[in-house]
Design a protein around this ligand. Sequence first.
Ligand SMILES: [Zn+2]
Ligand SMILES: [Zn+2]
Length: 197
Amino acid sequence: MSGESGVVGIVPIGEVKQVVLKILAANIQAVFNIPVDILNGRKSLKKFFNPNRNQYNAITILDHMERRWKQPHKRILAVVSVDLFIPILTYVFGEAQINGKMAVVSTYRLNRRTGGGNVSLERFYERVAKVGIHELAHTFGLVHCKENHCVMRASYSLRDLDYYPLYFCDYCQSMLDDVYRRMKLRTLKARSFEDLF
Ligand SMILES: [Zn+2]
Ligand SMILES: [Zn+2]
């Protein structure tokens, strides 16, 4: 990694495989065109567990991270491998503070095939990247998009998630570029992955 810190920090909470973090970081760096760092996270998720639902509260995770975080990164994406919920929904693949700093993605449901069994690793990684990119984009103020070919399309199922692509439509891309200009963000000149590996 370079001396200067990245714009986005990826933080595992609990057990998350390193390869998942690296693939997520590489995809975010490529699609957002901003530098990404993989950071050390916390080991325990106990604090966020809801015994009535047997799931972990995504909102509590975001609130906790926001209160505790002191890193120089402008945005933090937490990664967990447990099942997340928000009070109004049965489960979520991820959650974000719109125009905030924190987002979270859960890998828990992303390896499942509709009708049972698991999808290929390739499909699993693609889903993790899509959810991560989608949630992170919410923190830059992007909202849901009606365009079919856009990663900001709302998804409520794995079928939805598999349907939309890994990239932004022209409209969402220009919104994002506008946010970058306002934030005076350091974007990558050439798309390079070498800092990550
Ligand atoms: Zn969304
Ligand atoms: Zn869009």
